[in-house]
Design a protein around this ligand. Structure first.
Ligand code: ZN
Ligand code: ZN
Length: 338
């Protein structure tokens, strides 16, 4: 079997990897139908996050179950399944509270850019679709594995409700799908902060009512202007930088909600400013597993098309180009087919 391995900054290779096998009775092996490159993969790719020697890559996946361990009950060979980047038992107190990405038995699933994948805790992690999907539906289902689930969590954690005014900070795949999520949850006005024209277009298609191109303090001023000086009810931070986080907190109304789902890199918050901002803050690694049944149904019924964020599709053996295109912002998100 061959798969993607990151050797160092901007050095992704497609090379032979060991064929995954069942190592615990709770494992499943799935044949990958499609996988993709994540915005978070770009941190180690750019050398901004250390890696421990050559690292297999990929944490977004869907495909057909090939084999299951002797304890697996809820999925069986031949089913099409989707799972999240954290495997979870779905039975511990954190899972039962809806925070499967903080499962006390969680395991990161990080070798998905390959043709076969071992998924631990298969019963808790994998959700089967009602049948074998059409080829056209696969990108929509793949998006649920991370970016759509994360965008949905951003909207859920920021208390998006019908009639609310929502700001989305960040126009990567997660930010764009946070727009789609806010629309689906009935937001009245959705202000998307974006400076890139193709992304603005997709944001509008997903439901953005306004595009704000300013950033930082100017971005905050513009949001203020558009909300009669009050700020937004819900602000969804989908980047993870100091600037984007402050922009989010300062764009929220008093008593408003700020969610943050971009992995923070060097973000520091000032206690006093936070105190006087009077906002609800809620974020973290998205508990995608919580939302999978609902999101699979929305895709299956043709209500949402999150797969539109994939604007580049490549065979898996061209994975290096897939990373390059995203690094150079020539692509929003690269889908890879083994
Ligand atoms: Zn991801
Ligand atoms: Zn758990």
């Amino acid at each position: 079997m061959r798969g993607a391995v990151l050797y160092g900054p901007r050095d992704v290779r497609f090379e032979a990897r060991e064929i995954p096998t069942i190592t615990k009775p709770t494992d499943a092996i799935i044949r990958i139908a499609a996988t993709c490159v994540c915005g978070s993969d770009l941190w180690p790719y750019r050398g901004l996050q250390a890696t421990n020697g050559p690292s297999p890559m990929g944490h977004e996946y869907c495909g057909v179950v090939e084999q299951v361990g002797s304890d697996v009950r809820s999925v069986k060979p031949g089913q099409f399944v989707i799972g999240s980047f954290f495997a979870s038992d779905n039975t511990c107190p954190n899972c039962r509270a809806g925070y499967q990405s903080s499962c006390i038995n969680r395991e990161f699933v990080g070798t998905a850019q390959a043709s076969l994948l071992r998924v631990p805790l298969a019963d808790g992690t994998l959700v089967a679709t009602p049948g074998i999907p059409s080829a056209e539906m696969i990108p929509d289902l793949l998006a649920l594995s991370d970016v759509m689930g994360t965008g949905w969590f951003a909207a859920d954690a920021a208390n998006v409700k019908p009639g609310k005014t929502v700001v989305v900070v960040g126009d990567g795949a997660v930010g764009l799908l946070a727009v789609l999520s806010a629309k689906q949850m009935g937001a009245d006005r959705i202000l998307a902060m974006s400076r890139h024209e193709p992304r603005q277009k997709l944001a509008r298609e997903f439901g953005a009512t306004h595009i704000v191109t300013e950033r930082g303090d100017e971005g905050v001023a513009r949001i203020n202007e558009l909300t009669d000086g009050i700020g937004a009810d819900s602000v969804l931070e989908c980047v993870g930088t100091q600037e984007s986080m402050m922009q989010a907190i300062r764009s929220a109304r008093r008593g408003g909600y700020v969610s943050f789902v971009g992995v923070p890199h060097g973000v520091q918050l000032d206690g006093e400013e936070l105190f006087y901002a009077h906002v609800h803050l809620h974020g973290g690694p998205a508990p995608v597993r919580r939302f999978l049944p609902e999101l699979i149904k929305l895709v299956w019924d043709g209500k949402i098309n999150p797969g539109k964020v994939f604007d580049l599709t490549l065979p898996l053996d061209q994975v290096a180009e897939g990373y390059r295109a995203m690094d150079e912002r020539r692509a929003i998100k690269t889908l890879l087919r083994p």
